[in-house]
Ligand binder design. Structure first.
Ligand SMILES: Nc1ncnc2c1ncn2[C@@H]1O[C@H](COP(=O)(O)OP(=O)(O)O)[C@@H](O)[C@H]1O
Ligand SMILES: [Mg+2]
Length: 313
């Protein structure tokens, strides 16, 4: 396994349940250190995708690697963390016991366990509940305990399936902070969510999935430096020119648009002068360049249409 291999690489990953395709033709590459958001309505195929990546669900076709190899080896599993969507807890265990069980299951050496567990409880804000039984925990506390559990093996790659479900605003913020800290340490995070706002503030890139199919993947340079859709009005446009422009972002096809117009989604507006210079260098007449800030919501509406019913938690 080489350190430069992507964190996740899938090719045409597909899962059928009877006559229903839960996930269809998922091809996705997530680089190490990314915080990737997988966004889509309930039933879109997010959990099934994660489970295929974890080797918990066998794909009908296609294949996937994590951290450069197949997931179904002990050494690969040891580097991966997972917070399942509906995590089941052993109610009779105390928090420290629960984390110790999971640390042992992950082969964390005894000398290391106590230190790491203290650190994790601190990280998820549960230090005061160390010796409390899980059965007495609120839903939010359980979710945090689950998050600590997902990190107990100090994973290189963490899958979080709807990590803020059941959390109040403080809890959501905590999850966000934990994700930022993981990201600072170079950990790759794969986050499933049906909440636009959550993905928008947390992720470096987001994929939209509906009805089992990935519709679009967009970079989010940062929450402050949002996406820009720039419309270029040019003298002439050919395929080579469109190809050249695609290096800065994603070409948007707008049916029926003026053929001398190119619409491009770019990660931020810093590349606009560069694009203008390049066009001039190509000898193309540039009549206009109209940038427009794009929110994730704008993009999402375009992809999911007018059905916003699932967007609430
Ligand atoms: N074990 C299963 N058996 C049959 N259908 C399933 C199973 N798991 C998921 N599905 C179906 O696959 C689709 C995708 O589900 P899921 O991956 O859980 O979506 P999401 O996590 O995006 O809400 C849904 O229609 C769901 O009903
Ligand atoms: Mg799900």
């Amino acid at each position: 396994m080489s350190g430069s291999s992507p964190a996740i690489d899938t090719y045409d990953l597909t899962k059928w349940y009877g006559a229903k395709a839960a996930v269809r033709g998922l091809s996705l590459r997530v680089e190490r250190g990314e915080v990737f958001g997988f966004l889509g309505p309930n039933g879109a195929g997010k959990t099934t995708s994660i489970k295929m990546l974890l080797g918990l669900v066998r794909p009908t076709s296609g294949h996937a690697t994590v951290l450069g190899g197949p997931i179904d080896t002990p050494s690969a599993r040891a580097k991966v963390g997972y917070l399942p969507e509906h995590f089941r807890f052993h109610e009779w265990l105390r928090l420290d016991e629960f984390l110790d069980v999971h640390a042992r299951l992950n082969g964390v050496p005894r000398a290391e366990r106590a230190r790491r567990i203290l650190e994790l409880m601190e990280l998820v804000g549960l230090s005061a509940a160390t010796r409390q039984q899980l059965g007495t925990f609120s839903k939010g506390m359980l979710q945090r305990a689950g998050l600590a559990q997902a990190l107990v093996n100090e994973p290189e790659l963490v899958f979080l399936d709807e990590p803020t479900s059941g959390l109040d605003p403080m809890g959501r913020r905590l999850v966000r902070d934990v994700i930022h800290r993981l990201s600072e340490r170079g950990v790759t995070v794969f986050l499933n969510s049906h909440l636009l706002s959550e993905v928008e503030v947390t992720c470096t890139r987001v994929g939209f999935i509906t009805s089992g199919q990935m519709r679009e993947v967009v970079p989010l340079a940062s929450a402050l430096n949002g996406l820009v859709r720039v419309t270029l009005h040019l003298g002439t446009v050919d395929d080579a020119l469109r190809c050249g422009l695609a290096r800065w972002g994603r070409l948007v096809d707008e049916p029926g648009a003026d053929p001398r117009q190119v619409v491009l989604d770019v990660p931020n507006d810093e590349c606009l002068p560069e694009i203008a210079r390049w066009l001039v260098g190509q000898g193309v007449a540039l009549y206009g360049m109209a940038p427009q800030r794009l929110s994730l919501e704008d993009l999402f509406v375009r992809i999911a249409g007018s059905d916003r019913s699932w967007e609430t938690s």
